[in-house]
Ligand binder design. Structure first.
Ligand code: C2G
Length: 130
């Protein structure tokens, strides 16, 4: 059984999020997703997500490619989460390229190309103008 792990906020779920989850799942048997907590997001981006953490967890759990979800409480706990969920591959979008290479003795680190032209920020900007 090959476990894949990935992390993200997945706020205002969009097709870029779906694409990375679908591609991550093809790399193994089980896909485990760490969803950033509201407070982690605030520390990371200085704003709270539009969708509350429980809703974001429920949405990600409902995606057919996802086998398990948990709340990511801290960016520094990646190694602990990887061990806890027995993950052998860490998948991240290539906006994080190189950032998690220090985990490579523990897991294979794979950066997948981001889906162009879509982001939570751009969706929020468009909504603001209508
Ligand atoms: N993503 C993508 N294409 C997009 C937008 C996002 O492939 N157009 C990917 C990101 O690269 C990331 C995942 O979707 O791997 C989730 O995106 P975010 O919610 O923006 O994740 P982020 O806030 O970067 O959180 O611990 C790491 C962080 O929690 C990652």
């Amino acid at each position: 059984m090959k476990n894949i792990i990935t992390f993200g906020t997945f706020d205002v779920f969009h097709v870029g999020h779906l694409n990375i989850l679908r591609r991550a799942k093809t790399l193994g048997d089980r896909l485990i997703v760490g969803v950033s907590s509201d407070s982690l997001n605030y520390r990371k981006k200085y704003r709270y997500p539009i969708y509350a953490e429980q809703d974001r967890l429920d949405i990600i759990k409902g995606i057919r490619y996802v086998d398990e979800v948990f709340l990511e409480e801290s960016l520094e706990l990646k190694a602990d989460y990887i061990k806890k969920y027995s993950a052998s591959v860490l998948v991240m979008g290539d906006d994080w390229k190189g950032k998690f290479d220090d985990l490579s003795p523990l897991v294979e680190v794979v950066y997948l190309e981001r889906t162009p032209s879509v982001s939570t920020t751009s969706v929020i900007e468009v909504i603001k103008t209508v």
